[in-house]
Design a protein around this ligand. Structure first.
Ligand SMILES: *Cc1c(COP(=O)(O)O)cnc(C)c1O
Length: 383
């Protein structure tokens, strides 16, 4: 039997056809597909502006820069996330710090955040940017973060790499009611894919314009944005130091077709999540808890064992049974690179306890009920 992965892309014949169409066309990059994908995604999440990039990591980087993050500043994020949510701050030379998580939602804890902000205020080192991560596809407690950001004057980037298609209080993640900029990922394990790719959305025109420049070397040809008079049709200006973080039209075409299919992807994920919740209900496990305000995109389905002592044994047993279970995440600050900056064990105890007990089970639209049942049976056998 082949391995059942924890996540997998879902590509249809039309998806593949849409890519081939671009390969046969005039533009492989900087053609019509990227703006079309941006507009479609902006409409889907109710955002005013969207800037496509070659990854969510790039989008996080230029989001930080457009919010003015520099080497004098602090960026805070959740301890329970992928390293990119913190690395984007390091790219800007900023100092990084981590907030502990809520023991039930596994998103950053609002009481922990508030306490840390009060302490930082006394020490005059409040963060400039908070990267709030919608872990597993469940939106963070946006309105509470908004209140704290008004009170302590920091900007918010919502890292919604897991949460395209999710909503809170019936408002789409990315609609910009509270975050300054929201970022999505299109890596193959995520909700929709472009191979590699990302998107930053915002309702702030200045941020959007700044991110468009940074995405492509700091260069513009837009006559309304030029510093000097145009000298002819060849004329462009580099106005700041940017990067090549552009998405190709090949990727954007795939993204457009994938985005047309997102509602069925999410419906499949919800169905699988509900089956896990029902069929693992009596097992001695902590199951995911979704707040009533939230509709999760169910990027991940994480279970927590009661005792850390069984974690490794169960993990190995499931891997040996051809189930591609995974761990999301070891706290970022425990990575050797971050430990070298001075972070130690015990810094965010809830996130560490979580990581000692968590296992991500397979969840993706093409997971069959039969394979899901196999996973459930194996878990029941071992515990
Ligand atoms: C996947 C992921 C990223 C990075 O996305 P890329 O598109 O691979 O750069 C960032 N943050 C989180 C939380 C992620 O899961």
């Amino acid at each position: 039997m082949s391995i059942i992965p924890y996540a997998r892309q879902n590509l249809s014949d039309e998806d593949i056809e849409s890519v081939l169409d671009v390969l046969r066309s005039d533009y492989l990059t900087q053609g019509p597909k990227v703006p079309e994908f941006e507009q479609l995604l902006a409409e889907k999440v109710n955002a005013e502006h969207a800037v496509a990039t070659n990854s969510a990591t790039s989008a996080l980087h230029i989001a930080c820069l457009s919010l003015g993050l520099s080497s004098k500043d602090y960026l805070w994020t959740s301890a329970n996330t992928f390293v990119a949510s913190a690395n984007c701050g390091l790219y800007c030379g900023a100092h990084i710090d981590f907030v502990d998580i809520d023991p039930e939602t596994w998103n950053l804890s609002i009481p922990a955040l508030e306490l840390k902000l009060l302490q930082a205020e006394k020490e005059n080192r409040l963060p400039k940017v908070l990267v709030a991560v919608d872990f597993a596809g469940q939106p963070v407690e946006q309105e509470m973060i908004k209140n704290l950001s008004n009170r302590f004057r920091f900007k918010v980037i919502e890292d919604a790499s897991h949460a395209l298609g999710a909503s809170r209080n019936n408002r789409k993640v990315g609609s910009g009611c509270w975050a300054d900029i929201t970022v999505f990922s299109f890596h193959p394990v995520k909700i929709i894919t472009t191979g590699e790719g990302g998107m930053a959305v915002t309702n702030n025109e200045n941020y959007a314009q700044h991110m468009r420049l940074l995405r492509s070397h700091g260069i513009t040809r837009d006559s309304e944005l030029l510093f000097e008079q145009s000298q002819g049709p060849w004329y462009y200006e580099q106005q700041m130091l940017g990067f090549n973080y552009r998405m190709t039209d090949i990727q954007a075409a795939l993204g457009i077709n994938q985005l047309h299919r997102i509602d069925s992807f999410i419906a499949n994920r919800i169905e699988l999540a509900n089956r896990y919740l029902e069929l693992l209900d009596s097992a001695p496990l902590q199951l995911p808890f979704v707040q009533k305000e939230n509709n999760s995109a169910w990027h991940l389905f994480v279970i927590l064992f009661e005792k850390p002592s069984k974690h490794r044994m169960v993990f190995d047993y499931l891997r040996n049974s051809n189930i591609g279970v995974n761990l999301h995440y070891r706290p970022v600050y425990l990575q050797p690179y971050y430990q070298k900056m001075g972070f130690n064990h015990g810094y965010c105890p809830v996130a560490e306890d979580y990581a000692n007990r968590a296992i991500s089970l397979p969840i993706f639209p093409t997971l069959t009920f039969e394979n899901q049942q196999f996973v459930i049976d194996k878990i029941n056998q071992i515990i």
